[in-house]
Design a protein around this ligand. Sequence first.
Ligand code: ARG
Length: 458
Amino acid sequence: MSLLRGRFGQQTKVDMERFGSSIDVDLVMLDEDIDGSLAHAAMLGETGVLSPADAEVIAEGLESVRAELHAGSFVPRDADEDIHMAVERRLTELVGDVGKKLHTARSRNDQVATDVRLWLLRQVPRLEAALAALVDALLERIDRDGETLMPGYTHLQRGQPILLGHQLLAHAWPLTRDRGRLRDARRRFDRCPLGACAMAGTAHPIDRHRTADQLGFSAPVENAMDAVAARDHAQEVVAACAIVMVHLSRMAEELIVWSSSEFDFVRLDEGYATGSSIMPQKRNPDAAELVRGKSGRVVGALNSLLVMVKGLPLAYNRDLQEDRAALFDAVTTTFDSVSIMAGVWQGLAVRKDRFEQALVGDPSLATELADHLASRGVPFREAHEAIGGLVRWCDETGRSLDQLDRETAASFHPTLADAPLETLLDPRAATARRTSFGGTAWSEVQRQVALLRADAAD
Ligand code: ARG
C-alpha cells in the first residue's frame, strides 16, 4: 500500500499509477529535492521540532539516498508517485521509522515548489553565462570582421551599405537584454516556499528564514498560499527563454540565408554542418536550422505553462505537476541552443569579398544621393523623387549607379551637377558618414562594443 493511502480501502489502479507518476521528470531535480530535505531536517533539529539526533540520522540517510539515486542502485517506481515520496520511502527503508519524521511541518506542495525554484536558482545563472558567452563570440567576430562592408536589408531587399559590425551588434543587444530579463526574473523567483506546508503554514515552531538561507535563497516567500499556488516564476523564466529563442531563430534564419549558394556570405564550420544522404555536394546549416526549429518548442512551452495555470483555483492543484516538463525542457533547450550558436559564430568563415561584392554598383547607394541633395537645401521628398527617377533610368538602361556620369546625374536634378559623385557612391565613405548616435560608422560600432564588454563584466 502506498504511503498516502491510509484513508483508502483500495489500491491505486496500475494505469493510474503510471498516469499519475512524475518520477521521470522529477529526476532532473533530485539533488534539489535532497538538498531541500536536508535543509528542512537541519532546521527541524535546530528548532527542537525534532531531536538533533533524529535530524542527524535523517541527514545521513538522505545522503545515502542521493548516492544510491546517482549510482542507479535505487530506482524509484511509478507507485512512488513522485521523487518526494520515492526519497522518503527509501530513507525510511534505510534509517527506519525516524525517516517518517522528516515530513513534519511540510507538504509536497511546498516541497515541489521549493525544488523547482532551487533548480531555477542554479540553472538560470548558467543560462545567463551562456548568453554572455554568445555575445562575447559576436564581439570577437566584430573585432575580426566588423569593418566588412555589406548591404543592410529591409524586406530582405538591399537597403543601405552598413558595416557587418553594425549588424552583429543588432543581434548582440537583444541577447544582452535577454540576460537582463533572466537576471530580473531571478530577483523575483529567489524566494523559498519551504515551510508553507499545504498552504496555511504550520503550528510547529519552524524557522522558514533559516531554511531559505541554508538553501541559498534571499528570503522565504511571504505568503504560504502564494508559495504553493504560484507558477509565475516558471512562466516568467520560460517567457524570457522564448524571447531568447525567437532572437536565436532570427539569427539562425540569417545564417541559413547567408550560407546559401545565392548569398554565399558565410561558410559554417564543418563541425556544425551536415551532409545529405543522397546529394554529395550538400553542406547543410543544420545547427542553425535546429535552433530555428527548437524555438517552436520553447514558445510552445510558454503557451503550455500559461494555459495550464489559467483557471486554476488557489492553491495547489494536481494540474501543476505538468509544469516541469515544459519548464525543464524550455530552459535546457534554450541553454543548448545558445551554447551551439556561440560555437557557430566562433567557427564561421566570413567571406568579406562576397559581402562587399554585393554592394558594387548597387542602387542601395541611392539614399546617399538623396541625402546629398537634402544637405544642399533640396526638400527631401523632391530629392527622393528625383533619385527615384534616376534609379529607374538605371534599371531601364541596364546601368548601375557606379557607372553614373555627371551629365546624366544633373539631368535628374541640377544640384547634382557639382556633386562629389565618387565619394557619394563609395559604400565605405557612406558608412563612415553615418556617425549619428547608433549609426553604422566604425566609431559608433566600437563605442557599442565597449559598452557591451563593460556590461558583460558587471
Ligand atoms: N508530484 C506532485 C507535483 O508534482 C507533488 C505535489 C503533490 N501534492 C499533492 N497535493 N498531490 O506537483
